[in-house]
Structure formats: C-alpha cells, structure tokens
Design a protein around this ligand. Structure first.
Ligand code: SF4
Length: 447
C-alpha cells in the first residue's frame, strides 16, 4: 500500500536538518508521497524506516532490464500517469517480429534491418531495440534453428522468444543463457512450466491473458513460484482496447499501487498494412506501452515512431541540451568566423544546420545556459555580457583564432556594447535575428 505524506513523516527523523534539500522533514515526506523524491536523500533515516519506506516507495511499475551489454534496455520504473506531472522514465522498446517460418536468408535480412536501423536525432541515437522471434511454425526444431541464427548474427540485440509451447521455449531460451531474454507466452494453461523455465534461465517472463482479472491472477501465481520479472499482455489488439487496458493497468499500478499489474506492458501492433501498424504502435507509445512488437521496418515508419517516442520520453522539466564547447563546422581556419549561441538542443541544431548550409567553415561557441534558448536565457540572466565574456576567455578560443571578432545573435544586439567592454580587444558583430539568415550573412562576409 502507498503511504500518505503524514504516515511517511512519522517514520522520518523529524530533525528538520535540511540535508535532503528540503526545508523540513514534513516537506520531504510530502515529496516522497508524491514520488517526487527518493528516500536515499535523507542520510539519517533508520534501518527500520528504510525497510518500510523502501517497499512503499518502490516504483509502482517494476524496473526491469531487458538484454545485457550496451544494447540492453530498461523498462518500467514509471511513477506517474501524466508526463507533465513528472516525466516518463524508460522509453518504450520497439521490437521487430521474425517468424520462424521464414527462410534463413529472410531471417538474416530482417536482422540486418534491425542492426542498421539506428539514426541520430537531436544528439540521441535511436533504433529498433529488440527482435521478437515467433514460433509461427509450431515446430520446436524450427524455433530453435531460427533462435540460433539470431543469436549468431545479432548477439547483442535483446530477444523476445514468443511461444506457448514449453518444450520450444526451453530449447530456445538456453541459446540466450545469461542474456536476459523475454520468454513470452505464459498463460493460464502453462504458467507453472513457463515460470520454471524463466526461473532456471533468469529470463524475463511474458505473461498473456484475455482479461485484466485473468492477467493479475496469473502474475500473482507466477510471482508465488519465484519469478519477479514479468512483462504483461492484456490481450488487447485493437487501438481502443490498447488505450483502455494500458490505461487501466497504469492507473491500477500508480494510483492503487496494485502490484499484480505493476509490470511493463507489451503490445502487439503487427498488421498487414504498414500505415495501420504505425498508427497502432503510435497509440501504444502514447499510452504506456513498454514494448511494442512490429512486423516490419521501413525508414519512414522508424522516423515517425522514433520521433514520437523521443518526444514523449523527454523530461518536460529539463530542456534538451548539448555540451558547452566550441564546435567546428566544416574545416575552419584561424581566420574563420566565430559565432555564439546557447546550449538549447533545438537552437544548436538549427544554428549549426544553417551554418553548414552556408558552406562557410566556422566555429560555433555554445554556452551552457541550462538548455534555454537565446532570448529566454538572456531574459533569465544566463546569457549576459559578463557571462559571455567569461565563457569566451575561459574557452581557450583565443589560441585557436587569429582574429578577435565574435558574432552574436541579432536578438541580443543590445549586449554588443557591454560585451566589448568586458572582452577587451574583441569586436562584437551583430548577426541575423533568425538562424535562417545565417547563410546569406556568412556568404556576404566571405564575398
Ligand atoms: Fe528530515 Fe532527513 Fe530531510 Fe533531515 S535529511 S530534514 S532528517 S528528512
């Protein structure tokens, strides 16, 4: 059961020492109750209280790592129903189905599509994360053979082994020993045997049912058999049912702390029509799916789903940022122009893109303004003449360029005089207000 703020407060030291970063123990207790703080921030909490509070403050959706190594993905750990309340934590895993009825060359082709699916968007690497091998043949030998191909050609990609046949599951999961696969297909008819297979191989168990009541009864039974890590499928296939069931599952976990449904959710979006499939997958991404299984990879579909996923799983309270440094665009010489902007990702990518469009090799000084855009950072006192001057002095750029000219965004033209005062020997030039004015501006200077 979730504890109220007052109940939590009773278990805290009540010294109001502020070490947790909150003014009082009560304020901290309230934050804990809202899952906006973690217990480890209080260094003085007793072991007894830790035990009680640790259980109560565990994330309502169980955190599970799927796969191992650098391609492992985290699932669950969610604490809110709405992204604006805090943030969604672990982006949903996109998996591509491979049926064991395919020929070896077709299986290999799909594996290669998964391996080459990665793209870079606003500084993040996005890709299809996993392979879902389906025992469509119903034949243990074919399932095992397909599993071996996947294991040899994509040894680091997390794998879902989908079958309700326990002998097939047991044979295939052994191929991925130590790699934390998901064995999907535990149902009311095979729960015990599947639980034993998952337990023996330390695999994650995928549990499927035709209703939420059946699903919660199954997870409780499987947990009592010693399997803690599960992903759950409510049987929903249509968009309406995916929204309905995923929402009920998340609400039960978050609002009621109902542990029997406190697991990452898997949805199956496969459709013959790719556009239809993309829409079903988008519904799952928007509404709480932790894994979505797709039937095919097309670059347009990847771009749409990756972008949606990235946007939904970006922390709304933390603007996306790039690293503070002097970026080289093209191959700048000691005479090349030097511009400055803030470290808001979108600003950086738009400005650097326009500089690249100009084909004028340049340097772009990107200053840490906590991810704020130029005007907002200026208004917040983070992009000021003295801070810009200090950044330029400390950046070491004076050793890289012969000139002493800094081009500032047109929106902060007002700063030019004061920067010149603070940055002795430098000339400040006001650039265009909008980034799309940069190509003409730079080409005009180079002419
Ligand atoms: Fe209270 Fe612990 Fe925070 Fe100190 S660190 S104010 S004891 S909750």
């Amino acid at each position: 059961m979730a504890l109220s703020g007052v109940e939590i407060f009773k278990l805290l030291p009540k010294t109001n020492c502020k070490k947790c970063g909150h003014p009082t123990c009560l304020a901290f207790a309230m934050k804990l109750a809202q899952r906006q703080a973690t217990l480890d921030l209080c260094p003085d909490v007793s072991e007894d209280a830790k035990k009680i509070l640790g259980e109560a403050s565990a994330p309502p959706v169980r955190p599970i790592t799927f796969g191992t190594g650098d391609k492992a993905v985290k699932m669950g750990e969610e604490t809110v129903l709405f992204r604006h309340d805090k943030k969604f934590v672990n982006p949903c895993v996109l998996a591509i189905e491979i049926k064991d009825t395919l020929s070896e060359s077709d299986i290999t082709k799909k594996i290669e599509e998964v391996l080459s699916s990665e793209l870079d968007r606003v500084g993040q690497k996005l890709r299809v994360d996993a392979i879902a091998l389906t025992n469509a043949s119903g034949d243990k030998g074919k399932f095992e053979a397909a599993a071996k191909i996947i294991s040899s050609k994509a040894p680091n990609v997390p794998v879902i082994l989908s079958t309700t046949d326990t002998a097939s599951a047991e044979a295939a999961v052994k191929i991925f020993t130590g790699k934390r696969p998901i064995v999907f297909g535990a149902n009311s008819g095979n729960a015990e045997a599947m639980a034993n297979i998952a337990k023996a191989e330390k695999a994650i168990l995928g549990v499927t049912a035709n209703s939420l009541d059946e699903l919660s009864a199954l997870t409780e039974k499987i947990k009592s058999l010693g399997v803690e890590d599960m992903v759950i499928d409510s049987g929903a296939k249509k968009a309406k049912d995916i929204i309905g069931n995923n929402t009920l599952i998340r609400r039960a976990a978050i609002k009621k702390n109902f542990k029997a449904l406190g697991y990452p959710v898997i949805n199956f979006a496969q459709r013959d029509d790719s556009l239809h499939e993309a829409l079903i997958a988008a519904v799952g991404i928007a509404k709480y799916a932790s894994i979505i299984v797709l039937s095919s990879i097309e670059k347009w579909k990847n771009l749409a789903l990756f972008t949606l996923r990235q946007n939904i799983y970006t922390d709304p309270q933390v603007p996306m940022q790039v690293e503070q440094k002097i970026y080289k665009l093209g191959e700048p010489t000691q005479e090349s122009p030097l511009m400055i902007t803030t470290n808001f990702s979108l600003t950086y990518f738009i400005v650097s893109g326009e500089i690249e469009n100009s084909k004028v090799p340049s340097r772009l000084a990107v200053m840490d303004c906590e991810g704020l855009s130029v005007l907002t950072a200026w208004a917040a006192g983070k992009f000021t003449a003295s801070k810009i001057a200090a950044f330029i002095k400390e950046s070491g750029i004076e050793n890289e360029v012969k000139h002493r000219e800094l081009i500032i965004p047109g929106y902060v033209a007002i700063l030019s005089g004061s920067i010149e005062e603070k940055l002795e020997g430098w000339k400040i030039t006001v650039g265009p207000r909008e980034a799309n004015g940069l190509p003409a501006f730079l080409k005009g200077r180079a002419a």
